[in-house]
Design a protein. Structure first.
Length: 381
């Protein structure tokens, strides 16, 4: 199971590290290895959230996610995206931007650093909306019940998450963005840039998330009808009809996953510049890390981990909220990538331990009563 799921990741790791040695010797090998670990540590919460979405998709679309999806993740976000940032911010042509990335790495890093406020605002707002929509939804299973119960009641107010996100964006623009961090330790006013980019992130979330949600609902309705038809056929002794695959539903869920992955990639791409400004080493290291995140997502789905450890999804979304806040704070202040990675690991680790304790409590209750008393066991903290 492990080899089947992570086989491509192992192969990409071997090829990537060998390529690094040929490109820049053992120093490049070390840099690529560090970048791979950085990407995995920063993106574990990404894998958990992706798994919650991917488990609703067919095996075919899971393969698409691991093939075409990884090409988008590696070449799109880890290689093309930094070049596009430079091209847009410096008003250069694509060829000039690539030439700059390969021949003048210091200038290239400067352009990317100066574009960070716009990147952070876009990604921060997209991730913040994911967190708010999760925390304001009334769920049967609650991890931090003392916090989630009152927030679920507040979530009954229409468009509350959008209002909260816009308030956060305004505060960020009026505080962090007025003294935005730039290359060389200088600070400039980027309030307008942050506002526009943040609104762009919000609009992107509403469009992509709305479409994926709409088609997901359609898919569930279609599955319900198919299930009812199968039961009817079974009662009448007729052969069961084949399940119809809702292509649009799967496509927009896939699109949502790609945009989600892109937003998670922002901190990894920017953080990589603390280690190297060589675009080739960056693409190799972050690409290897992205491959493991993809494989881990599929592994969580196939193992049913999210069903067994029910608070993992909660921990991942809290990590998303923390990452959104960190992205917005980094508009003005520098935050070490180790801190960013540890916050996500700690939150997911805590949710995993809470899940283990819950499972033990349920097992103990079932052993005492000899019946299923799962619903009587307290969920969360």
């Amino acid at each position: 199971m492990v080899l089947k799921t992570f086989g491509w990741s192992f192969a990409v790791t071997a090829l990537g590290l060998v390529a690094a040695i040929f490109y820049g010797g053992w120093t490049a090998f070390g840099v690529v290895a560090i970048l791979s670990i950085l990407e995995i540590s920063l993106s574990f919460d990404n894998a958990v959230v992706n798994a919650g979405i991917l488990k609703k998709m067919s095996a075919f679309w899971q393969k698409i996610f691991l093939t075409i999806g990884i090409l988008i993740a590696v070449f799109g976000m880890r290689l093309v995206f930094p070049v596009v940032i430079v091209a847009v911010s410096a008003q250069l042509g694509p060829i000039e931007a690539v030439d700059l990335a390969l021949t003048d790495k210091d200038q290239y890093q400067q352009y990317v650093t100066d574009a960070h406020p716009a990147i952070a605002a876009f990604g921060g707002m997209f991730l913040l909306m994911i967190f708010l929509d999760f925390i304001f939804e009334d769920r049967d299973i609650k991890w931090l019940g003392w916090l989630e119960r009152p927030l679920a009641k507040l979530g009954k107010v229409d468009m509350l998450s959008v209002c909260v996100a816009l308030i956060v964006l305004l505060i960020s623009a009026m505080t962090f963005a007025t003294q935005a961090h730039q290359h060389g330790g200088t600070h400039v006013d980027k309030a307008e840039t942050v506002l526009l980019s943040g609104i762009g992130g919000l609009i992107t979330y509403m469009i992509v998330g709305g479409l994926s949600g709409y088609f997901e609902d359609k898919l569930e309705e279609e599955e319900e009808r198919e299930h009812e038809a199968e039961e009817q056929a079974a009662r009448e002794g007729k052969p069961k009809s084949a399940m119809v695959v809702a292509g649009k539903a799967a496509f927009f869920l896939f699109l949502y996953l790609e945009v989600l992955d892109a937003s998670f990639s922002f901190d990894g791409v920017i953080g990589a510049f603390a280690i190297t400004n060589d675009i080739v080493l960056m693409a190799l290291g972050l690409g290897i890390g992205a491959m493991y995140v993809r494989s881990l997502t599929v592994y969580l789905v196939r193992q049913g981990t999210l069903d067994d450890y029910v608070y993992l999804e909660h921990g991942a979304h809290y990590a998303i909220g923390a990452l959104a806040a960190i992205l917005l704070i980094t508009i003005r202040y520098e935050i070490n990538e180790i801190v960013t990675g540890l916050i996500g690991v700690v939150l997911i680790g805590a949710s995993f331990w809470s899940s283990v304790r819950r499972n033990r409590a349920i097992a103990a209750a079932e052993g005492d009563s000899g019946s299923d008393s799962k619903t009587e066991v307290s969920s969360g903290v």
